[in-house]
Design a protein around this ligand. Structure first.
Ligand code: ASP
Length: 322
């Protein structure tokens, strides 16, 4: 090989190693694949703020909504693998491969895993003006009014979409769905009475329920939440199989150098120990995962297991997007 080329190559490699060792030297952006103001956004902003100290730089949240979260994931999968553009996403990462015929990324090949973050149950909500106050009344009302009723969601593959699918299966009724770019705009329309039903994470709904802006009929968890004590579980409300817990994880583009990944992992783990962050999560019904799950390996294993779990359920539901 030409000696000057070799020296040039070595110099470049040394410069890259030094840059990785100094990471981060500028703000880090967390991409959220849904609209601002929704539950994924809330989780990302809380985590981002809590990671700033350990990273020693600002963490900015950027919303890249659309197509049930897949546009935002594709954005990060294609971003430079330097740790400056990372992603927070939920269970939708595991359901997208079964729901989308043409997915612009492979969750098992195109990303590095930082760690799991938290688990969040969902709430079944109706607009305040809908004349029902329980799941039983909603089922009865749906029997005669089904054709004029609407179920909002944040697009195919969103948690609200999955929850809506499970709800329709549980009540054996198909409803007209209205997709949004996130559940922040969907809940605004639910409050305004433009849509009838929405299933959304407690991270977005707790304050709206407590403020009396929407009616909550059931919690998709086996146990009641301390933060929403009066809300019955699905089983208590008469729909025992209607359970869904939404997990969040943090990702980086494939090929992000190990020293950079190590810093992101430490920053995430440090953030998840922050008492203020944990208090905020628990006030919003979210549970931080245990320390053994806050690792790249745990997220990789969980993602694979969830892809395998949801594939037959989605096939059975027969729902696809192009
Ligand atoms: N809760 C939304 C969902 O249904 C996403 C969001 O707006 O954060 O997936």
């Amino acid at each position: 090989m030409n000696p000057s080329k070799l020296i040039g190559g070595i110099a470049l490699a040394l410069a890259a190693t030094a840059a990785h060792a100094q990471y981060p030297t500028k703000p880090v952006t967390i991409v959220v694949p849904f609209a601002a103001g929704g539950p994924t956004d809330t989780v990302a902003r809380s985590i981002g703020q809590a990671m700033e100290k350990s990273l020693g730089t600002n963490v900015i949240v950027e919303n890249k909504p659309g197509a049930g979260g897949t546009i935002g994931v594709a954005d990060v999968a294609r971003a430079p693998a330097d740790g400056y553009r990372i992603l927070i996403h939920h269970i939708g990462m595991a359901t997208a491969p079964s729901l989308y015929r043409k997915l612009p990324f492979d969750p098992l090949k195109d990303l590095e895993y930082v760690g799991l973050i938290n688990d969040v149950p969902m709430t079944l909500l109706v607009r305040n003006t809908l004349p029902v106050n329980s799941v039983k009344e909603l089922i009865a009302y749906t029997k005669t009014n089904k054709d004029k009723m609407t179920l909002a969601n944040a697009g195919i593959g969103a948690a609200s979409h999955l929850c809506g699918l499970l709800f329709q299966q549980a009540i054996e009724t198909d409803l007209t769905t209205v997709p949004y770019k996130g559940t922040a705009p969907a809940i605004t329309d639910l409050i305004g009475g433009q849509v009838d039903i929405l299933c959304d994470q407690t991270t977005n709904t707790t304050e709206q329920i407590k403020g009396g802006k929407v009616k909550a009929l059931a919690l998709t968890a086996p146990k009641r939440l301390e933060s929403l004590k009066d809300l019955p579980t699905s089983a208590e409300a008469g729909l025992p199989g209607f359970e869904l817990s939404i997990w969040h994880g943090m990702y980086a583009p494939k090929g992000t150098p190990k020293p950079v990944m190590d810093k992101l992992v430490v920053a995430l783990q440090t953030a998840l120990k922050d008492p203020a962050l944990n208090k905020r999560f628990s006030d919003l019904g979210a549970t931080t995962v245990t320390a053994d799950k806050q690792t790249p390996d745990a997220l990789a294993k969980h993602l694979k297991a969830e892809i395998d779990k949801w594939s037959p359920i989605i096939k059975k539901a027969g729902v696809y997007a192009d």
